[in-house]
Design a protein around this ligand. Structure first.
Ligand SMILES: Nc1ncnc2c1ncn2[C@@H]1O[C@H](COP(=O)(O)OP(=O)(O)OP(=O)(O)O)[C@@H](O)[C@H]1O
Ligand SMILES: [Mg+2]
Length: 493
């Protein structure tokens, strides 16, 4: 019996827990306790996630909950653990990694895993301190919820809890924990870990667990002659392709697409140096540490494929045939462009595909890139134009007016027979007014560092429903100020 089960004092969050991933056994994880953060306080909370988890009303009112989510009290019914994974970082095999600062509480009866990111050292921390700073924790919290609001698959975040305990990065910062939630936090790197160590029994156990839990259809498919592992690889490729199409359409740059940051469920995971594009620059690099531009915005779809190739190699002992594995990856090459085109068509207010759509999409992206036009503002203004016929706010964004007019002509011809009100409606549902721009996050962070957490709550409310108008909040939907371009976001978090 573990020590944890003998605790008399524990916080009861009102949730029921089941073994979940932990049932795989000790080869996959190490049981341990979070390291307490002193004098914790609330920084931000998502009631939407609380409801999804099934937390009782008033869940955050108890000091025991705050203590539990910052490691000072065990959570009743849980046996926390950290998992082991490996991975390719910046294209190079990095060997063993693992949850170096994320500690899993467990899985709820409702099928959601709950993790405390920044909860202290684990056997996989290597040189790290196991902590996360307030700055990066607020970014992760807000962006998880923003992505969900945008309809993009992502890990969620219940809350950020802070402490004045010092954390040493380029300068001294304060510590925080993000309580994260997802059906599964399994990454490509979990598979790579067991494959690289030729531990095929564990590799198979992991694949069987993930297939049975999250991809049961792979068991009953005739694809690949009934090879469930190949069908699984194909399904992951398709989900990843669909995810990447959404990132590219909304202008999201992840920044650290290492294989250990690729979710097996096709969720966006690990919000580090991410950025929503301001001016449209396909070659934008959001991660200050990415000197070669490996993870530049326009490289993301290819990197995802490269990462899937690593996953395929890891699954090869189970799939049994290299050609089959390569075929299972192939669907990425059709799903990504189809999904991307579908998303871009929706942004253009076009529910159905027609010949010439690709040229229309490429045409506008070229114009936006040539003028470094603000990506989010352009699409929202184009949606408004569709509704009210006022062209100037859109046209004013372009220096190359003749170029824009020529494109607009083909756009208008494409819409000639369409119901404009319906098209405008689709566009406003597909083109957010609010995204988590770096400078918005930065302002909320700086206020929080001075103990005013209201900016986090304000941003959260806007980002959870980013397609709504939110009258009075236009200041959050404007152009970035000049100083925004000087914000440097690196891997330091
Ligand atoms: N401060 C830290 N202390 C211990 N380990 C760390 C720390 N920062 C990063 N790591 C570990 O380094 C590896 C790569 O880090 P990366 O930045 O991709 O992940 P992360 O931001 O810590 O977390 P996640 O991917 O879970 O969101 C991971 O194994 C991670 O746990
Ligand atoms: Mg990571």
């Amino acid at each position: 019996m573990s020590l944890l089960a003998e605790d008399t004092e524990a916080a009861d969050l009102g949730l029921r827990w089941k073994p979940g991933f932990a049932a795989l056994g000790p080869a996959f994880l190490t049981e341990l306790r979070p390291t307490p953060l002193p004098d914790p306080y609330w920084v931000g909370r998502s009631e939407a996630v609380a409801r999804q988890l099934g937390l009782p009303a008033g869940w955050h009112e108890s000091g025991a909950t705050l203590a539990a989510l910052t490691g000072s009290l065990p959570v009743a019914g849980t046996r926390p653990f950290a998992t082991v994974y490996s991975g390719h970082q910046f294209g190079v095999w990095a060997g063993q990694l693992g949850d170096g600062r994320a500690i899993m509480l467990g899985e709820t009866e409702g099928g959601l895993e709950v993790q405390l990111k920044g909860a202290g050292r684990t056997p996989y921390s290597r040189g790290g301190d196991g902590r996360a700073v307030l700055r990066s924790s607020i970014r992760e919290f807000l962006c998880s919820e923003a992505m969900h609001g945008l309809g993009i698959p992502t890990t969620r975040a219940l809350c950020v809890t802070g402490s004045d305990a010092p954390v040493y990065r380029e300068e001294i910062e304060s510590a925080a924990v993000v309580t994260r939630v997802a059906p599964s936090f399994v990454r490509f790197g979990h598979f790579e870990h067991f494959a690289a160590n030729q531990r095929n029994d564990e590799l198979r156990a992991l694949a069987d667990y993930v297939i049975d839990r999250y991809y049961p259809a792979c068991r009953n498919t005739e694809r690949f002659g009934g090879n469930a592992y190949a069908a699984f690889l194909e399904a992951v490729s398709e989900r990843t392709a669909a995810l990447l199409a959404q990132w590219q359409a909304v202008g999201f740059c992840h920044g650290v697409m290492n294989t250990d940051n690729m979710s097996i469920l096709g969720l966006t995971i690990d919000y580090g140096p991410f950025q929503f594009l301001d001016g449209f620059d396909p070659r934008h690099i959001c991660n200050h540490s990415d000197t070669s531009g490996r993870y530049a915005f326009n490289q993301q779809p290819n990197v995802a494929y490269w990462n899937l190739f690593c996953l395929a190699q890891a699954l090869l002992p189970l799939i049994g045939d290299q050609e089959v594995a390569v075929t299972a990856l192939e669907s990425y090459k059709t799903v990504f462009p189809n999904e991307f085109e579908g998303r871009m068509r929706a942004k253009l207010g076009l529910p159905e595909a027609a010949e010439g759509d690709r040229a229309l999409i490429e045409g506008v992206l070229k114009l936006l890139a040539a003028g470094k036009v603000d990506y989010t503002i352009f699409w929202r203004r184009l949606s408004n134009y569709m509704a009210d016929g006022n062209l100037e706010p859109v046209r004013d964004l372009f220096l190359d007016r003749p170029g824009f007019d020529a494109w607009l002509l083909s756009f208008s011809q494409r819409h000639a027979a369409a119901d404009r009100a319906r098209a405008a409606e689709l566009m406003r549902r597909s083109n957010p007014k609010f995204v988590l721009r770096n400078h918005l996050g930065q302002q909320a962070i700086e206020a929080s560092q001075q103990k005013d957490h209201s900016g986090v709550a304000v941003l959260l409310a806007l980002l959870q429903t980013p397609f709504e108008e939110h009258p009075g909040a236009d200041a959050y939907a404007g152009f970035p100020p000049d100083w925004a371009s000087t914000i440097e976001i690196s891997c330091s978090s």
